[in-house]
Design a protein around this ligand. Sequence first.
Ligand code: PLP
Length: 434
Amino acid sequence: MRATAELATADRRHLWHPFTQQEAWCTEEPPVVIDHAEGTNLYDTDGNAYIDGVSSLWCNVHGHRHPAIDAAVCSQLGRVAHSTMLGLSHEPAIELAERLLSISPPGLTRVFYSDSGSTSVEVALKMAYQWWVQRGERGRTGFICLENAYHGDTLGAVSVGGIDTFHSLYRPLLFDTWQSPAGDAERLAELLRRHGDSVAAVLLEPLVQGAAGMLMQPPGYLRRVRELCDEHGVLLICDEVATGFGRTGRMFACEHEAVSPDLLCVGKGLTGGYLPLAATLTSERIYEGFLGRPDELRTFFHGHTYTGNPLACAAGIATLELFEREQTLELLQPKIELLARTLAHRIAILPAVAEVRQRGFMVGIELLCEDPAAGLGHQVALAARRRGAIIRPLGDVVVLMPPLSISEADLARLVAITASSIAEVAVGHLRAAA
Ligand code: PLP
């Protein structure tokens, strides 16, 4: 194995990291180079252990190197690693689709695979638009999305995004949308009254806007959005890339309000955080709108090379099996309560904390900060790393999103590390200001 310093040097010479200012990356403290993982811990090349406090970017579910998922991937590797879904099929894709539909909101009957959350959203947008065109409604070219939305980084997904820091620069390249403030059903109703005939679909992250900083929607909002879409004959797309697979305490966030969307986007936790796979689920009504003779060109002309990759599907099947076998959602409920209690006792009381937002295993801790350039969130993440936890902030919102399988002891330790890291950074900030 190469020494950490040598790897760090090569990283800085050759890599370009996502969502990372490389100038700082190359001059600040050297990167942590992950070597292996076990359960909810990551280990670096120097042997240091870290709690995976953000589930390796919100996707790990049952822990790392889970024997059942490892075995499923290895067994699939002994059959075929990849074979295309264009014109062919394979058992893991078929079985995963069956399992996925059996746990999804009622009315969803079809699974279209892709390979990232962003592509699952691209697929949903294109499907919704094409469906209307093929019904003879060519004027439905618009989408209503929410302010502060995040649906991924490809250009279609950026068009329906609403986070200025990430999205505004690209506006000249994007299609126009209408934005509605999250939680404000009246404003959405007004937009639908005025523009309903031009709208293909309303798109939202149900219950929690993750990348916006874990912003919570009021109870009943999602249900009301569904009703408004029905009243105006507009499709509803729910993006559960972040909220899906148990994150909010139920398998899908839509379940909390008994809502079935017309299109559902899933990714991240679908493979337990093992391999890139996403899916856009839809109803028979949408699916049938694409049927016809090949020369009628009603086909959905979309498909990525690694769509429905067999290894990823095998990981997905094992992941869904584990939800049943290990009673993941049942065991999660007391941990959600423990998390709420420890956040209240250890974090909410800190003078540097403006607000703590929690839904299930999604937590945003908003720091009090007059100067966003101070980078307090980033400093807290670095302080947490020194104490043995990997967390990643969204600006000045510290995010906690551990694997659902985390033990109560590690959960309490993660919150304790976060509390002392916030306290340390706040003291340093006050000293610097004095
Ligand atoms: N949609 C939501 C709600 C997300 O939170 C994310 C990623 O964080 C995405 C889409 C994009 O997923 P990916 O990064 O896999 O493209």
